[in-house]
Write a protein that binds this ligand. Sequence first.
Ligand SMILES: [Zn+2]
Ligand SMILES: [Zn+2]
Length: 566
Amino acid sequence: MAKDYIFVEDARQNNLKGLTLKLPLNELIVVTGVSGSGKSSFAFDTLYAEGQRRYVETFSPYARQFLDRMDKPRVARIDGIPPAIAVDQTNPVRTSRSTVGTMTELNDHLKLLFARAAQLYCQGCGRPVRRDTPETLYRELSARAATAHEGKALITFPVTVPDNFSEQEVRELLARQGYTRIHRQDGAVLEVVQARLRLTPQRRASIVEALEAALKQGHGRVAVYPLDAHGEARSPWRYSADLHCAECDLHYRDPVPNLFSFNSPIGACATCRGFGRILGIDYGLVVPDTNKTLAQGAVKPWQTDSYRECQGDLMRYARKRGVPTDVPWHALIRAQQEWVLEGEGSWKDKCWYGARRFFEWLETKSYRMHIRVLLSRYRSYDLCPQCRGARLKPDALLWRLGDAADARRAGITRPDHPPGNGAPARTSLPGLNIQDVMQLPISAGHTLFDALRLPAPLDAATELLLAEIRSRLRYLVEVGLGYLTLDRQSRTLSGGEVQRINLTTALGTSLVNTLFVLDEPSIGLHPRDMDRVIAVLHRLRDAGNSLLVVEHDRQVMLAADRILDL
Ligand SMILES: [Zn+2]
Ligand SMILES: [Zn+2]
């Protein structure tokens, strides 16, 4: 039977002087002591190191080579140690692809939720894009027929004449299946009549049957022509069984989770490859001193020995074109400044190439270190013109969770005009897209998801996802991080913030029988927030874990089951 304590004999790591003791498992233990007493040497360099080392040993030799291995601590013997996790304050993240959302795994959950439960809106007309079934079509038709006082209607489906068939052959094939009436023809597309009937509730069964057959024959497309009193067809109502806005004839891809991830090529904006910003050239840095004339070297990058040739080209072309070279830059007219920067054509065509083509040429050489250094001096990081910083393809942002009221409550303001009114639909669609959720303070996201009612019926997996998102957001609010946003880059977080995020992630993974080692969680925390962190620590302990906390905050000590004073 496993012992219910960790036994440490003769620990001598760093400044520890032969420490021997028993630490009960499943307790919150605070390690304290004056500076230099060896608190960290004991908690991190001995217990965590050994717990981690033994845990890594359980992997295959192949997997082990990818894991950080810690040196064996200087200790005679350690028994009964569970796998250890350090929740420390070091922030190892250096890439802009890591955000609070990816650290907390909330991004993974959100992209799954969007793929399963979000509603698509058409970018053309702003209407919800739905997959139609004969039943939903019938309901929609009855509603439309009632408001329009329509009586009879033609139900038709489109058939495209394939290249290797003549129209006559297709018409004969249709006739053999009983389709003898073509309502109209548009190029190679025939609109074949499925049925002509009265849109009344009494005819429900035949209407649904006709719609079903038409959807099948039309590969998911039908058009219904209401007929006026004289039997003349009016403009049609078009429907579609896949993600297709029949009104605008726009097709949409089925949502896969990675459509909502800027870390995936499927979802990432094609222009900025998911970074939200694009590298450009800051022409304010190219001409830093507007008092200089062209002859005095107003264009800075051409004043070095390497690019003196370009300065010569500039002077030569300027004289040819009558652009003054002895007038300060700020006194040149705008067209002349633009001529210098934009040029007039390629150098291959013996034209003035301008600063822009010069930098484009440099970009092609940016595999060379000194060119990269040169470019970096003139860099600007401009908002991506395609996604405006959303990092995602435009299609991804048409998917919405919740409704207009949810968005209002979350503090998202949208233009007041209804979609499809000449306004770009994307900015005025109801609900929240994934970028909205990413930019929300976590506390507002917590409120939003608690109140969010997804359209019923929800399957079990979606329920689970929603519950997981709610609890993770709640943990983050509980440890006082409600002010962060999910799109906040990890590398800009403080050590204390990183530690508390890691703590909530530990809560979210529902680990048991684990030793959590923490380094001064009180740092940078308001006493009120400390209460919440202590509550999280207690919850981890009550879930069957052991906690070792290096700390000298009174509040934490009072909350501990045991204090180890070194
Ligand atoms: Zn549309
Ligand atoms: Zn972009």
